[in-house]
Design a protein. Structure first.
Ligand SMILES: Cc1cc2nc3c(=O)[nH]c(=O)nc-3n(C[C@H](O)[C@H](O)[C@H](O)COP(=O)(O)O)c2cc1C
Length: 175
């Protein structure tokens, strides 16, 4: 059972040169974290290795975003997302995450890895309203239905705007 960390309002800075990396197995269990991951999240390697990656999920992050992420990975596509993560002290940091398959020499997926970089304040502002709407939908849907309900809302919205989540996220960097 994952221990609950109480969130604070302290933002941990992510530098322009920081690259936060983690790897997982196919089920999302952490198999590797780099030093930058440990420094920024303030988790020791032994505290996260073997744990599900939701150990760093911030309660402000809609589960629907991760539903979309897993669906994208299962469809053998890479995923880009603006993500708010929790540190071991309950602080938070925002990153642009790129999650891709980790393949063996035969091209078989053996897991996934995520490479995260600083998310500029303008991109965080751009997703804040959307994530707040998704969180409202998740609260109304209840825990069991939350990820599907808010992912469906997000998919509809993107369809209406004739875009995909990846294009929407990467487009924020061109504004
Ligand atoms: C390679 C990889 C990296 C991930 N990185 C994060 C992350 O930084 N933060 C996070 O909250 N979830 C991350 N996840 C997603 C989690 O596995 C999980 O789906 C998500 O936190 C939602 O949690 P829930 O299953 O409790 O709803 C990652 C998954 C993979 C495969």
């Amino acid at each position: 059972m994952k221990q609950k960390i109480a969130p604070t309002s302290v933002e941990v800075p992510v530098g322009d040169d920081d690259v936060i990396v983690s790897k997982t197995d196919l089920s999302g269990r952490i198999t590797y974290v780099n030093r930058t991951f440990m420094r920024i999240s303030n988790f020791a390697e032994r505290e996260v290795l073997g744990k599900q990656h939701n150990v760093v999920r911030h309660p402000d992050m809609p589960r629907g975003v991760y539903r979309l992420m897993w669906d994208t990975l299962k469809a053998e596509r890479e995923f880009f997302g603006i993500v708010k993560n929790l540190t071991s002290d309950g602080h938070f940091y925002w990153v642009l995450a790129n999650v891709t398959a980790d393949r063996d020499d035969d091209g078989q997926s053996v897991g996934y890895f995520s490479v995260r970089r600083h998310a500029p304040a303008s991109t965080v502002r751009a997703v804040s309203d959307l994530y707040a709407q998704m969180m409202k939908i998740e609260r109304e849907a209840g825990p069991a239905e939350a990820p599907a309900a808010s992912a469906q809302f997000l998919r509809r919205l993107l369809e209406e705007q004739k875009t995909t989540y990846d294009r929407f996220v990467l487009g924020l960097y061109q504004q």
